[in-house]
Write a protein that binds this ligand. Structure first.
Ligand code: AMP
Length: 172
């Protein structure tokens, strides 16, 4: 874990003043850190029967894809409006810096699925809460929530469903 941490870059005042942006691109470009992230994420869900990993645009696509690959599960993108080509459902939410909408294909998840929702960073939790609401509408058997980084001072867990199992690899 210390190795991954050593590869995460803090960028001050991005994308706006006052935000300390946790930049994972410096970890993803490092072969050893990328390998450890994929392995450590997958260890959290090895025996849970996960069938789909939902990654949140866009930084959640990276860890989400490697987690899905490690678990032998499918990958589903949760995207910004107008990006997905077929029939979608959508939800709006507040972010640490602004408002946004996310969408998912209506046929991406079925009632037989066991889902891990993945994003790179848990900040205020608004994005993940919206993604959880979205995926819930498709009635999978179970939804887990996962992050690489959790910014504990922002208490994002408080806006996530109380009964959801939430994991993060690294806490700041
Ligand atoms: P939130 O909805 O506030 O939990 O924001 C989570 C989303 O915004 C994630 O998709 C992150 O990629 C991004 N994000 C928010 N705050 C930060 C931060 N301080 N560092 C890196 N990414 C962040």
């Amino acid at each position: 874990m210390e190795y991954i941490k050593s590869k995460i870059r803090d960028v001050l005042d991005f994308p706006q003043k006052g935000i300390v942006f946790k930049d994972l691109t410096t970890a993803f470009k490092d072969p050893r850190a990328l390998h450890i992230i994929g392995w450590d994420l997958s260890q959290l869900y090895r025996d849970k029967g996960v069938t789909k990993v939902v990654g949140i645009e866009s930084r959640g696509f990276i860890g989400g894809s490697i987690l899905a690959f490690e678990l032998g599960a499918g990958f589903v993108p949760c995207r910004k409006p107008g990006k997905l080509p077929a029939d979608t459902i959508s939800a709006s939410y507040d972010k640490e810096y602004g408002k946004d909408v996310i969408e998912i294909h209506r046929d991406a998840i079925t009632e037989d699925d066991i889902v891990v929702l993945h994003d790179d960073v848990l900040a205020t939790g608004g994005t993940m809460a919206a993604a959880y609401e979205l995926v819930s509408q498709l009635h999978p058997k179970k939804i887990y929530i996962n992050f690489i980084i959790e910014l504990t001072a922002l208490n994002g867990r408080s806006v996530l469903p109380k009964d959801a199992e939430v994991t993060s690899l690294i806490q700041y």
